[in-house]
Design a protein around this ligand. Structure first.
Ligand SMILES: [Fe+2]
Ligand SMILES: [Fe+2]
Length: 146
C-alpha cells in the first residue's frame, strides 16, 4: 500500500472509532479503552504526517498555505481530543465533544485529500515509498511503546 492508501485507511479507522464511541455513549456504555485508542491512533497519525509527509511539501509555494493550515487543524484536533477521558462521567458533554471532533476531523480529511492529490503529482514514486516506510516504522514503534 502506498502512503496515500495508508493515510486514507487510518482516516477511515479514526472516523469509525469515533462513530463507535458515539453509538456506545448513546447506548449507555462508557469505554475508556476506546477513547484511549482514538487518541492514540490519531495522535500518532498526525505526528507522522507532520514528521515525514508535510515537510516534503511545505516549502513549495503552491502547497504552503494548505500545509500550514493542516498543522493548525491538527493542533485544534489534538486540543479537542485531549481530556475526553476526564469527561467519562458526563455523557452529554462527551457526546458533544466527540461530534465536534468528528466534524473537525472530517473537514481536515477533506482538505488533506486535496493535498494528497497534489502530492501524488509532486513526489516521485521513490519518495512516496520512503515516506510509507518511515511512517509505518514510526507508527509501529509508537504503538508498541505507548
Ligand atoms: Fe491525515
Ligand atoms: Fe492530517
Amino acid at each position: 500500500m502506498d502512503i496515500y492508501g495508508i493515510l486514507r485507511k487510518e482516516h477511515q479507522e479514526v472516523i469509525s472509532l469515533i462513530e463507535k464511541q458515539v453509538l456506545d455513549i448513546k447506548a449507555g456504555r462508557s469505554d475508556a479503552g476506546l477513547v484511549e485508542r482514538i487518541q492514540k491512533v490519531y495522535f500518532i497519525h498526525m505526528g507522522a504526517e507532520e514528521k515525514f509527509f508535510y515537510p516534503l511539501l511545505e516549502d513549495r509555494e503552491d502547497m504552503y498555505v494548505r500545509v500550514i493550515t493542516s498543522y493548525e487543524e491538527h493542533h485544534t484536533a489534538k486540543e479537542i481530543l485531549k481530556n475526553i477521558r476526564n469527561m467519562m462521567t458526563d455523557d452529554g458533554r462527551r457526546l458533544a465533544r466527540l461530534r465536534f471532533a468528528k466534524e473537525l476531523i472530517e473537514n481536515h480529511i477533506e482538505a488533506e485529500e486535496k493535498i494528497f492529490r497534489m502530492a501524488e503529482k509532486i513526489l516521485n514514486k521513490d519518495a512516496a515509498q520512503e515516506i510509507s516506510r518511515r511512517f509505518l516504522e514510526e507508527r509501529e514503534l509508537l504503538l508498541d511503546t505507548s
